[in-house]
Design a binder for this molecule. Structure first.
Ligand SMILES: O=C(O)CCC(=O)C(=O)O
Ligand SMILES: [Fe+2]
Length: 349
């Protein structure tokens, strides 16, 4: 059993979703693991098969909010090409990357941010990663393309292959996410098409991340500090270990990458809409691999105009809705502002 132990004083961390929690230990271990789910039944013509898969996803989404999926149908050659482009992009001179710095669009989470820019946990040292983010572009939607909606993105000039390969991978994940959305509807004991209208022009942003090998102690620095994601669910492609998930008992579970698999995690909008039935679990990355680590998260959420009413099967007279109702766009804008502030202002977010 690989366990990384450190002696830590309990520490209170404020998250970008407004909640806070106390970390009692920085140790992480692989004595626990997240569920592994074969999602090939998603493509079955039999409703019973899709429902059986949905029940597995229901349990994982309630208990830990994280699971690994295999047999998802996405061509992993596209993932490989996205990783190759990420390596080429991050190897470029800083001045060139800064031409598409995220500050150019303060209201959006797109463009580049350099190493040690944010400090999501309020650690001694800032988060050891650099990233490039890009938004959904309706013109390239594989299922419902719409060229009348302008793209909001910050692409580096002349980087044709970069844009092309990243968008091609994003398109494949959009199709997968639409199918998973139907399974999630079944998982909530709703009709399969209950969310279809909410994912016509979804929030489907992506990012590439590079984490150099960390030499500072895990008490002093993280690759990306403890946080929860914003939208409905995230699909992560990773090339090596480093992702850690906070277990119910307060310890950190090391997520072991599985070949050709994705990690799926519930995010805050889904937790809010399901009135905490699904859990949006705190996670972070610490790269102690002895080499750099790359990952490609894909963030999937409902159309910005969708009113985030609670899911009917998750509220009752005895269990009233806990959250104020707002549109998905309002919630995303609030989070983007807070996330961009974090670490830039010594934990006032
Ligand atoms: O790098 C990873 O595996 C996860 C990154 C992450 O949690 C995020 O970007 O929200
Ligand atoms: Fe995350």
């Amino acid at each position: 059993m690989a366990t990384t132990t450190t002696a830590t004083e309990p520490r209170r961390i404020t998250l970008s979703n407004g909640k806070s929690f106390t970390v009692t230990s920085n140790s992480s271990s692989n004595s626990e693991s997240i569920p592994l789910i074969d999602v090939s039944r998603m493509y079955s013509e039999k409703l019973e098969d899709r429902q059986a898969l949905a029940e597995e996803i229901r349990n994982a989404s309630r208990e830990i909010g994280f699971f690994t999926i295999v047999n998802h149908g996405v061509d992993m050659k596209l993932a490989k090409e996205a990783f190759e482009q990420a390596k080429l992009f991050f190897a470029r001179p800083l001045e060139e990357k800064m031409q598409v710095c995220t500050d150019v669009m303060p209201e959006e989470f797109c463009g580049y941010h350099p190493m040690e820019r944010y400090n999501w946990e309020g650690s001694k040292r800032k988060d050891l990663h650099e990233a490039f983010n890009w938004n959904y572009n309706a013109a390239r939607d594989p299922d419902l393309p719409d060229t009348s909606i302008p793209e909001i993105n910050l692409w580096p000039k002349g980087a044709i292959d970069f844009q092309e390969k990243l968008c091609t991978y994003q398109s494949a994940l959009i199709s997968l996410a639409r199918k998973l959305t139907r399974i999630f509807a079944l998982a909530l004991h709703l009709p399969e098409d209950a969310f279809d209208d909410f994912v016509r022009q979804p929030e489907a942003g992506m990012r590439i991340l590079r984490y150099p090998e960390q030499t500072a102690s895990r008490d002093d620095q993280t690759g990306i500090g403890s946080h929860t994601d914003v939208e409905c669910f995230t699909i992560v492609t990773q090339d090596s270990p480093g992702l850690e998930v906070l277990s119910k008992s307060g310890g950190w579970i090391k997520v072991q990458p599985v070949k050709d698999a994705f990690v799926v995690n519930i995010a805050d909008c889904f937790m809010r809409q399901t009135n905490d039935f699904f859990v949006s679990t705190i996670h972070r990355v610490i790269n102690e691999n002895g080499k750099e680590r790359y990952s490609v998260p894909f963030f999937w959420g409902f159309n910005r105009g969708t009113v985030l009413n609670p899911v009917v099967t998750c509220v009752s007279e005895e269990n009233p809705n806990k959250y104020p109702v707002m549109t998905a766009g309002e919630y995303y804008a609030w989070r983007t502002k807070r996330q961009k502030m974090m670490g830039m202002s010594d934990r006032t977010a």
